[in-house]
Write a protein that binds this ligand. Sequence first.
Ligand SMILES: Cc1cc2nc3c(=O)[nH]c(=O)nc-3n(C[C@H](O)[C@H](O)[C@H](O)COP(=O)(O)O)c2cc1C
Length: 178
Amino acid sequence: MNLLAISGSVRKGSYNLAFLRAMKKLCSKDTSVTVYDQIKEIPIFDPDVDDNNVPDSIGSLISMMRKADGVIISTPEYAHGVPGALKNTLDWLVSSEALILKPMVVTSVSTSGLGGVRSHSALILILSAMNTNVVVEGSMNIPYAKIKFDESMNLTDDVTKKAIGVLFLAMKQAIKNS
Ligand SMILES: Cc1cc2nc3c(=O)[nH]c(=O)nc-3n(C[C@H](O)[C@H](O)[C@H](O)COP(=O)(O)O)c2cc1C
């Protein structure tokens, strides 16, 4: 299966990005994970822009989504919500068909003990409004990120590595059933 993995953080040293990179490292031979870390290049959503004239950055993201069997989004939590840059990206995609019924896994990696549970829930609500197929079985929160990655941002926590295996299985099943 081909998976597109979008980081909701624009930070270079992002734990969410590091988590997606860990997925790319840990996936089996029959799976490819393309990590997308470019949401900071996306202009502010403007509903006056015609669907046929969307910015190039959105056009290429839409074509990556069309090619993917499933999409993973990993988001931080900012002020109990989804970061503006990620919400802005999703607003551009609301009128596109690219994500309709697409199997999607939502993860949130946080330095806090709650693991970004509020932004995780908010993102699931947004993706449900967009008629995507949120794969709840593969979605998860990863709390206390600082003790789960080393100084080079490699995932070192075995339980989280096992959780990534569960995520892949759930995604595979959802793609099979879609
Ligand atoms: C402006 C701002 C607001 C934040 N608000 C919250 C919050 O409401 N709840 C929470 O658990 N963490 C909050 N955090 C912490 C981040 O979610 C946390 O550090 C996360 O690991 C950042 O993701 P990243 O490492 O992928 O960039 C906030 C961080 C920033 C910069």
